[in-house]
Design a protein. Structure first.
Length: 215
C-alpha cells in the first residue's frame, strides 16, 4: 500500500531506556497516537494520561512528510551517517506517538535495504508487522493488548489498571519496569526498585537520557 509517512522528528542520540540503554540510535518519532490526541486539553480523558512526548505535527528537528518509504529510509540513513559515520548497520528506533499506525512492509524493506536494524516501541494495541528486528511493547492502562509477544516488555510503573502481574506470563524475552516521570517520580522509582527486588523476572529501567540531558 502506497502511503505517505508523517514524522515529527528524526535525530541521532543514545537510547535512554530499556534493553538497549546507552546504544547509539536514530529515533524516528511518528506523528499520531491511538490512545491520546496529543492535545493537553484531552489528556485527562485519554486512555494513556502520562505521555511525556510531543508527537503532534511534522515540525520537529528532521521531521516532515515523506511521500515514499524510500524517501524516509534515505533520510533516516542520512541522519545516522551525519553523526555515527557510514560504517555498518544503523540502529533505528521507531517510536511516536504510536509507530505501528504507519509502519508497513514497504518501510521495513526500504530500511533493511539501507542496512538498518529496526526497533519499534509500541503500545501493543496493533499487531506488529513481520520483519521488525526488535519489538518493545509498553502496555498502557486497560487498552486492549493485541501484541502479546516480542523482545522486550517495558511497563511504566505505576498504572492502576496495568499491574506487572498481568503481563509476566506473556512471551517476551525481557521484562522491564520503568518509573513514571512527573511529581511522584521519586516514590515510583523506590516502589519499582522494591518490586524488582522481590520479583527478579523484572529489571529496572531508568530514563537515563533525562539524567544526561540528551534528547
Amino acid at each position: 500500500a502506497i502511503m505517505s509517512y508523517s514524522v515529527k522528528e528524526v535525530y541521532c542520540t543514545l537510547q535512554g531506556e530499556g534493553f538497549h540503554t546507552g546504544r547509539t540510535a536514530v529515533f524516528v518519532r511518528f506523528t499520531g497516537c491511538n490512545l491520546w490526541t496529543g492535545r493537553e486539553q484531552d489528556r485527562n480523558e485519554a486512555v494513556c494520561t502520562f505521555c511525556d512526548t510531543d508527537f503532534v505535527g511534522t515540525d520537529g528537528p528532521g521531521g516532515g512528510k515523506f511521500a515514499t518509504a524510500e524517501a524516509l529510509a534515505k533520510h533516516v540513513r542520512h541522519i545516522w551517517n551525519e553523526t555515527a559515520g557510514d560504517a555498518g548497520r544503523a540502529f533505528v528506533v521507531c517510536t511516536g506517538g504510536e509507530p505501528l499506525l504507519q509502519i508497513d512492509s514497504s518501510l521495513i524493506d526500504a530500511l533493511h535495504d539501507k542496512n538498518c536494524e529496526i526497533a519499534v516501541e509500541t503500545n501493543g494495541t496493533i499487531a506488529a508487522p513481520v520483519g521488525l528486528d526488535w519489538v518493545c511493547v509498553s502496555p498502557k492502562s486497560d487498552a486492549p493488548l493485541v501484541q502479546k509477544s516480542g523482545d522486550e516488555l517495558k511497563l511504566v510503573w505505576y498504572q492502576i489498571k496495568a499491574p506487572p502481574s498481568r503481563f509476566e506470563t506473556l512471551l517476551f524475552d525481557h521484562f522491564y519496569l520503568q518509573p513514571m516521570d512527573g511529581p511522584s517520580a521519586q516514590r515510583f522509582t523506590k516502589e519499582a526498585t522494591e518490586y524488582c527486588l522481590k520479583h527478579p523476572k523484572w529489571r529496572l529501567s531508568l530514563q537515563t537520557h533525562k539524567m544526561l540531558g540528551i534528547p
